[in-house]
Write a protein that binds this ligand. Structure first.
Ligand code: 5GP
Length: 117
């Protein structure tokens, strides 16, 4: 797969507001935040999409959730939040390095946009 900008962020070759990193995942603030807290949690291994995961990825993918929980607590999202993984064209995925969005800090409304684009 082609390398994305997220691989460079993980390797700290380009700047990003990294809020967490361990041997399996990296989390950094989205450059175009859609909510007061908008953090991307990314496996360090470059998996292109949710359609490309294998059983070998289960530890790293599970880590996305435990890190999301810790970051949600750190961000003070006790009223709740949303975790999103967009997949390929119909999921409106823009960066083809699998990532989980953590969004919170305001009421987020219904899950899906009513627009068609
Ligand atoms: P997707 O649509 O693929 O699920 O989400 C990609 C996200 O990556 C978008 O919310 C976009 O704002 C964010 N993003 C794209 N390029 C960069 C970047 O260079 N730095 C950071 N921090 N976020 C980025």
């Amino acid at each position: 797969m082609a390398e994305t900008i997220f691989a460079k962020i993980i390797r700290k070759e380009i700047p990003a507001d990294i809020v967490y990193q361990d041997e399996l995942v990296t989390a950094f603030r989205d450059i175009n935040a859609q909510a007061p807290s908008h953090i991307l949690i990314v496996p360090n291994k470059a998996i292109a999409t949710a359609a490309d995961v294998t059983h070998e990825d289960e530890l790293a993918l599970g880590r996305l959730f435990t890190v999301a929980r810790k970051l949600a607590e750190a961000e003070g999202l006790e009223k709740g939040y949303r975790l999103i993984v967009n997949c390929k064209e119909h999921g409106h995925q823009e960066v083809f390095h699998l990532h989980m969005h953590l969004l919170g800090g305001r009421a987020l409304g219904p899950m899906l946009s009513i627009t068609n684009d």
